[in-house]
Write a protein of this length. Structure first.
Length: 527
């Protein structure tokens, strides 16, 4: 593992570096375990059928083989051909891994009887155990996988006999300096007898939402004598094995950075924001659909890339091509920024994402690509992609804290329900976790629909409290003068209190309306 990898620092805090570890070969799981399973102990891996236990155990053995350790896979339920099929699906070869298929040694099971058709449940427990131990003595493995305890439970029949057999296995393998994974399908009720005997317990489970892909999670129930990362962590089964996304803990990530104000490229907006936004802060941009929120974030993306720094946009609500077209119509060349390499755009499929997986994507952009600006467009898509997820706002708070400690400027876009009026509301209140809040609105004037922008909050300094007109056209984006002589702009129907018109229907305004009518979608769409 790379010495510069921040995961190394995490692992060293979880467990003393001198503790011998049997790495699993799954970087995210090793991070959770503090480097891997403590060596020479017996561990229980529980989970429903199909959740990924066999894949995990094969990765465990293959990692041992890569380190020069002998591995033994004892199968009581699956055949050798089935294991080879699983391995082949991931591009692996089990060459060098000893596979002991109990059903293939029928001639040694009983001296008086020979079985033409054999099933583990038909074998007396003592005879099966002797065959297993004889194979261990022959191979002398450093890593052992026993699949599965469900078959041993059937052979034992009696719970007391079953517990004694597991205890005997534990004592035997400990004397042989083996690290053992025992797989068990009994995850619904949880086998507390085996859990109490095992040195550690890893629980795998999957949930099926009403729509979208299933969500897989794992949790370390216990790990004796070692610290580990608690809670549930998302994982996927991909071609190549398990991909685990450890739960983000912001307190473990901090790097020094220089506090610096970032300009938007619009002097009037920068004045409204008290000079601009700062690295290490987050800004929430709220307003109805099409009012210009995404366009505002695109301005900051352009500014960051002009500084020869990197920005990343996670889009939930539109395609990448639509975003390019919309921005180009306003004079912002996002496609060129992507081709230059300073801007990365990640379209996110709302039906395929888990919170920990999204945090992993964000971390990769910050730590591997050195992104200084992260844009989430929009939070509505982010929230809708994970219906039923509990404590989602806490997870988002943890993510924003992490980004702040990395010196990243984060822009969050949130669409409010409705298009005009004071009755608009948001799906949830995130204003308290954001350092700055900008509010955008439609309002009516002179038979036309206009947009307005204001700054409601800025923790890192002062800001203007005035409301300004916000205009979009093929000529670009403009922020007008304060609408000081109007009252009720944010309600959508302002009352004029001045002596002279503050808003003029200029050529730019006409061009803006022409662009809006021709586009028909995206930012700038008329209600």
């Amino acid at each position: 593992m790379n010495a510069d990898n921040p995961f190394n620092a995490i692992s060293s805090r979880i467990t003393p570096p001198s503790t011998p570890r049997a790495a699993t070969g799954i970087s995210g799981l090793d991070e959770i375990l503090g480097g891997g399973f403590p060596c020479h102990h017996l561990y229980l891996v529980q989970g429903d059928p199909g959740v990924g236990k066999t894949t995990l155990s094969l990765q465990f053995l293959l990692e041992g083989a890569r380190q020069g350790e002998t591995g033994l896979f004892i199968t009581l339920s699956e055949g050798r051909d089935e294991l080879n099929t699983v391995a082949a699906s991931h591009g692996w070869s089990l060459e060098g891994i000893h596979v002991f298929e109990l059903s293939a040694v029928e001639d040694s099971l009983d001296e008086k009887h020979h079985y033409t058709v054999f099933h583990p449940s038909e074998v007396e427990l003592g005879a099966a155990t002797r065959l297993l131990l004889d194979e261990v003595e022959r191979v002398k493995p450093a890593r052992v996988v026993l699949d599965s305890l469900s078959e041993l439970r059937l052979l034992a029949q009696d719970p007391l006999r079953y517990r004694r057999q597991i205890l005997a296995f534990k004592q035997y393998f400990s004397g042989k300096n083996c690290t053992v994974l025992m797989l068990d399908d009994n995850s619904e009720t949880g086998d507390l007898q085996v859990q109490s005997l095992a040195h550690g317990v890893l629980l795998l489970k999957h949930d099926t939402p009403d729509y979208g892909t299933e969500r897989r999670r794992l949790r370390v129930v216990k790990l004796r004598g070692a610290r580990f990362r608690g809670g549930e962590h998302a994982f996927n089964i991909e071609t190549g094995g398990l991909e685990v996304f450890p739960r983000l803990i912001a307190a473990e990530h901090h790097r020094p950075y220089q506090r610096e104000v970032i300009k938007s490229g619009l002097p009037e907006l920068d004045v409204l924001l008290g000079g601009g936004l700062e690295f290490g802060t987050s800004a929430l941009i709220m307003g109805p659909a099409g009012v210009g929120k995404s366009t505002l974030t695109n301005l900051y993306a352009r500014t960051i890339t002009e500084r020869d720094e990197c920005a990343t946009i996670f889009i939930f609500d539109e395609t990448q091509e639509t975003m390019f077209t919309r921005a180009a119509g306003l004079g912002i060349d996002l496609r060129g920024l992507v081709e230059k390499g300073n801007l990365t755009i990640h379209p996110v499929d709302p039906a395929q994402l888990a919170p920990d997986e999204f945090s992993h994507l964000v971390r990769a952009e910050v730590e591997e690509n050195n992104a200084r600006l992260i844009i989430i467009d929009s939070l509505n898509g982010y929230l809708n992609s994970m219906p039923g997820e509990r404590f989602l706002i806490v997870q988002l708070h943890e993510l924003l804290t992490y980004l702040a400690q990395q010196g990243v400027l984060t822009l969050l876009v949130m669409s409010q329900h409705g298009l005009m009026g004071s009755s608009m509301n948001s799906p949830l209140d995130l204003s308290y976790i954001s350092d700055s809040v900008m509010l955008m609105r439609y309002f009516e004037h002179g038979g036309r629909v206009h947009q307005a922008i204001s700054v409601l909050k800025k923790r890192s300094g002062s800001h203007e409290h005035t409301i300004h007109e916000f205009r979009m056209s093929p000529a670009g984006v403009e922020v007008g003068k304060p609408l000081e002589e109007y009252q009720g702009v944010m309600t959508g129907v302002p009352v004029y209190r001045g002596k002279s018109a503050m808003i003029e229907n200029t050529h730019d305004q006409e061009a803006s309306n022409s662009y809006i009518n021709s586009a028909g979608h995206g930012e700038g769409t008329q209600p």
